[in-house]
Design a protein. Sequence first.
Length: 301
Amino acid sequence: MISDSEFVSAAEHLGFVKTYFLPVDDIPTNYSKLVSSPEEVLPGAKTLILMIMPYELAENNGSREGVISTYYRASQKAYKGTKELTSILINSGAHAIYNANIPLKSAIVKYNIGIQRLNSLTYIDGIGSAFHIQNIITDNEFELSILSAGFSPVDCSKCERCVKACPSKAISDTGYIDPDRCLRSVSEQKEIPKEVESLLGNRLLGCDVCQMVCPHNKVYGSERSFTYPLKKLLMGELGDLPDIIGPNLARNTRMICKACVLAANNERTDLLPLLEELAGSKDEFVLAAASRAIDRLEEKQ
Ligand code: SF4
Ligand code: SF4
């Protein structure tokens, strides 16, 4: 079995800045139908481990290619790190599973790790909202973390910068996020609703506007934003994207469909020959996305 300090040190080495050891019998159950019971997923479970990995919010670089939010690159790093930590536990003789179906926002609030703000995101003191949280359930015994509410109170109603800055007006003044309008959730879909397609601009994946305007976050320069060429996407050349953002999000058809939207948004008439080829695709989604992009580009000419 592994000690508290050995586990925390391994987690830090992989980029996690905070590790919390929590009781398994106290996991939030507000979405009870979705939550895996710890005993069900791991008989004899003793500890829920929550680990926090921050990432850097970067300004959009204004490119006419596809911009991917820093969130997605960091997500893969956090996921791979969690898999490695789970292996470390198993190799030490414990049983462990990672990525259990736990309502993590609720857990952050419940365990006083952070608070939820008006843009629906959770904030951790000293980190802000730009972080990944990962979980492991194990039968390894750790000394449980003692947490007390420590976040400086802020009245979001006197700020509302995120509500005003949201490009698609997805945040209500009560903090409800409309998933059909939120560009971050829309950008993860294969089919982009027409009502918001132009608002995506050059965003291939993600939108961090509500986080970037929040005074509790630090934003870095645009040189840190990650861009992928639309031409390559339209040609189905994903390169190392599956490794960078994960194979689930980097599926070929999904990327081609979004590249079509972005080609039209960014008036990339140089990509018309490729779009015309794709408009003859046997895939109904690709065919529709390419035809739509051609129509939009022709309207703009
Ligand atoms: S991620 Fe973007 S679109 Fe979604 S709520 Fe925040 S600012 Fe609005
Ligand atoms: S931008 Fe202002 S209103 Fe929005 S979450 Fe941050 S502090 Fe709250």
